[in-house]
Design a protein around this ligand. Structure first.
Ligand SMILES: Nc1ncnc2c1ncn2[C@@H]1O[C@H](COP(=O)(O)OP(=O)(O)OP(=O)(O)O)[C@@H](O)[C@H]1O
Ligand SMILES: [Mg+2]
Length: 143
């Protein structure tokens, strides 16, 4: 299944993330694809808010911390940024497998660097710039 929408501001992307939360149920592994600044983290603000797991303003990029955890009544969200992770050895030290459970949703930025996540993903969300504030968001779930 493929779904596609275009947003025209960060606020619209956050609102779309909120609506996505309604359609998402754990367990899931979600790959968030798109260039630097495409809006992956912005979308997670909406998803986390939709799950009542965090206020959108409290969701920040896990650029240096690599993993942020947001616990909600319906799911535990793990927002992961693998931009700075290059080797499978470094990846192993993060222990992402330990985070996977019946109640968890992993939202992974730059996860496509590692073929295993491309294989194991349940959902892929790609964000593409369309002008200054436009973002084309494409959602692909496994057939
Ligand atoms: N329609 C839009 N949707 C999302 N963000 C937008 C939009 N228009 C402009 N922006 C801006 O684009 C930037 C998106 O940054 P964000 O941190 O979400 O990107 P990212 O894909 O997570 O990047 P990185 O790979 O560096 O983590 C923000 O500064 C945001 O304000
Ligand atoms: Mg980000």
């Amino acid at each position: 299944m493929t779904r596609e929408i275009t947003t025209h501001s960060p606020e619209e992307t956050i609102a779309f993330g909120r609506s996505l939360a309604e359609a998402l149920s754990p367990p899931k592994l979600v790959l968030l694809r798109g260039d630097l600044g495409a809006g992956k983290t912005t979308l997670v603000k909406g998803i986390a808010a939709g799950f009542e797991a965090a206020n959108e303003d409290d969701v920040t990029s896990p650029t240096f911390t690599l993993i942020h955890e947001y616990r909600g009544p319906r799911a535990n969200l793990y927002h992961i940024d693998l931009y700075r992770i290059d080797t499978s050895r470094e990846l192993e030290t993060l222990g992402l497998d330990d985070l996977r459970s019946e109640s968890s949703i992993l939202l992974i930025e730059w996860g496509e660097k590692f073929p295993r996540f491309v294989r194991e993903r349940d959902l892929e969300i790609a964000l593409e710039r369309a002008g200054e504030n436009g973002r084309k968001i494409t959602i692909d779930s496994k057939p």
